[in-house]
Ligand binder design. Structure first.
Ligand code: C2E
Ligand code: SIN
Ligand code: SIN
Ligand code: FE
Ligand code: FE
Length: 409
């Protein structure tokens, strides 16, 4: 196997990498960061496909997958919710890269020398009809010197768009990008960690607001947003950036439940009218938590927390609110249709869909068919019809998300 010497970058390569550094700093959510890093790394060596695997405990989890031959990187696709991981050991390409913190340059993965401890896993090729040939597999090392991710680039395209071995001089550029990328990834993970920690705090209070529920609502909302944004003419990188904001802000939709007493929150049966009135205040409490910040994420989190129970026909709650600076904010009017911020209209559907098909202290899970019937029936009443049709057009992705984020046990 060839390990990689410090080949100097070609001049263009360096300025390209610098430009990428600047762009990466603007991104905060992990998904958008990973997506960008992978795209830029692939550009450097014309890789047709690739993936980034993040280290989670003793495994590598597939976190982003690109494959120009099979699907567009700007499209909506279920492969992003691939529920797959490999152990960090000697026996897979990615595992070896992470375990030994070593870059691997492999010209043909179907003809690896027998002396190598690792084997190529042809499962994805078999299932998708793709043919993997050359692979460049690099460790991403954080400032503590530990591997935090592996980036795998697949099939460098030569002159007639046939897969050829990766050119050795592209490796140094990709390594430079990878070294910077690890800092960005860790930053992004720190943001996501903070959000998940906030949510875990509220999960302690409300057993229904589980980690997986919150991840699903975030992911459904992000994908519905992506579908709707495709028709809006926004450019692809702006869509990805906003998609990540939607995902993170949507995860925070119910944090206001921390302000509701256990007696109500954990009640096994139906709420009384009075209890339900109290429960409704979780929207105001949530908005109040984000009241002071002007960061884009906080603004969106505030809009979603406040408005995720508004109905399109104006019969939802809390309606138009006097002043969220005030914990005792009052409803002063109704709010309907396009006056409800779009991310909140999206989360309204994503949250109810997930609540319906999940078990709650107060109800059994519904079947998918029953849930879809309600969503179709409520189009134009409870839900924005545009959100409903975007949702119904990506049911394969919705299913993949359900498969990825399942309740433990
Ligand atoms: P949640 O459990 O996350 O439910 C979110 C939303 O999903 C509900 O908002 C409602 O619009 C929808 N939903 C959930 N289950 C059903 C159902 O069986 N039928 C229909 N048609 N819709 C359903 P909603 O009603 O404003 O409730 C907000 C939160 O209040 C709920 O969040 C839950 O934490 C609590 N809650 C609502 N009703 C009850 C209840 O009867 N008992 C208890 N213990 N909690 C309740
Ligand atoms: C490997 O690195 O061999 C595992 C990745 C895959 O399953 O394609
Ligand atoms: C209620 O009116 O108590 C809420 C009903 C429900 O959504 O489960
Ligand atoms: Fe809620
Ligand atoms: Fe919820």
């Amino acid at each position: 196997m060839k390990t990689v010497p410090g080949v100097s970058c070609v001049h263009e390569g360096i300025s390209h990498v610098l430009a990428v550094f600047l762009k990466l700093r603007e991104l905060r959510g992990t998904d958008a960061i990973l997506d960008r890093i992978l795209l830029e790394a692939r550009k450097i060596c014309r890789a047709e496909a690739g993936s980034i695997l993040l280290v989670k405990e003793d495994r590598l989890v597939f976190s982003i997958v690109h494959n120009d031959f099979l699907f567009s990187a700007d499209g909506i696709n279920k492969h992003l919710y691939l529920n797959a991981s490999v152990p960090i050991d000697d026996f897979s390409i990615a595992g070896f890269t992470a375990k030994h913190s070593e870059t691997l340059l492999l010209d043909d993965v179907y003809a690896l020398p027998r002396s190598y401890p690792f084997k190529f896993n042809p499962a994805f090729d078999k299932q998708s009809g793709y043919h993997t040939r050359s692979v460049l597999s690099l460790p991403l090392i954080n400032f503590q010197g530990r591997v935090c991710a592996v980036i795998q680039l697949i099939n460098s395209l030569g002159q007639d768009n046939k897969a050829v071995p990766f050119p050795e001089d592209s490796v140094a550029c990709v390594s430079l990008l990878a070294n910077h990328a690890s800092a960005c990834i860790e930053n992004g993970m720190a943001t996501s960690e903070l959000i998940l920690r906030t949510i875990r705090m509220s999960e302690l209070r409300d057993p229904a607001e589980t980690g997986p529920h919150v991840q699903r609502v975030g992911a459904y909302s992000a994908e519905i947003y992506h579908r709707m944004a495709q028709e809006s003419g926004l450019d692809a990188s702006e869509i990805k950036r906003r998609k990540d904001l939607v995902r993170m802000a949507a995860m925070l939709h119910d944090v206001g439940k921390v302000g509701i007493s256990d007696v109500i929150l954990k009640k096994p049966g139906k709420l009384t009218e009075g209890e339900y009135e109290t429960m409704k205040r979780h929207t105001l409490y949530g908005a109040h938590l984000f009241r002071n910040s002007a960061s884009e994420l906080d603004v969106m989190a505030r809009e979603i927390a406040l408005n995720h129970h508004q109905r399109f026909d104006g019969k939802g709650y809390p309606g138009r609110v006097s002043n969220i600076e005030d914990v005792d904010a009052m409803t002063v009017g109704t709010m309907a249709g396009g006056d409800i911020p779009q991310p909140a209209r999206i989360v309204a559907l994503a949250d109810v869909f997930d609540a319906l098909i999940s078990k709650r202290a107060y109800k059994e899970p519904w079947t998918m068919g029953m849930a879809l019937d309600v969503i179709r029936k409520e189009s134009g009443q409870q839900f924005d019809p545009e959100v409903v049709s975007a949702f119904l057009s990506i049911l394969d992705v919705i299913e993949a998300i359900r498969g990825k984020y399942q309740e433990a046990g």
